[in-house]
Design a protein around this ligand. Sequence first.
Ligand SMILES: [Zn+2]
Ligand SMILES: [Zn+2]
Length: 254
Amino acid sequence: MEKIPSVNELYETILSRSLLPLPGIEDALIEKAWERANRIHDYLLKRADRMDEDCMLCEKKKARQSQTRYAYDTPWDNEPVAKLFCSDDCGDSFMYEEPWAYFMCSRCDREISEQNPRNGWHIQYRDYDGQMTCLKCYEDLILENGVERDKVEAGKIPGMFFSYGNLEPIKAGYREVEGFRDFFVSCQYDADRFRKKALELMDQGKKVVIGYESMGIGGGEGYVSLLEKEPPKPKRRRRQNAVQNQGLDSGRGR
Ligand SMILES: [Zn+2]
Ligand SMILES: [Zn+2]
């Protein structure tokens, strides 16, 4: 923002340029000069705040620097995008009303578009523990913990689109479950079979994630993949105990 003179500086200037007042009306002059300094200051502030670009919502008024908001188009972006508005009202309508609603991720505290403007408007958040969680944070959570069992029990197929070939879960040590890769779901029977398998794996102590492969418009059918990960192996006992139990020393140094 360009440097603008303070109210006091303006006041001094105005006074210095004024004629000497008639005796007895000095106070009135001072008051007028002060009002004028304030008005000019307001005007300069507004002028400095005005940008060349139009408001993104009303497209009629010029955007104001002080009304700029920063938000992420997708959870995967490293930098937020500046959104330019003329007023609080325009900013709020744009950010929190359809069709461009943004939400605050409960984990990373970023304001992110609810839908991805770059890939078919996929929803970019999931409910996790009752909190709106962005897909990036959700991915971290389910790779770490597996999908939430209560959702599967409640009849849902909680998952997300990973990179082609389910790269992220595979990198995290998951593997695709035989017979449930690119599994076609088009009716309740399919969905129940898929969920039953997921619950069965969880009963064995495994972590489970679900990759969405493709979804029909409207979500009436789609392809999903089930991936599983063995529970972590129990830690080996300390060397001394192991030696005692096996009755032999492997001879390996420390
Ligand atoms: Zn506007
Ligand atoms: Zn997040």
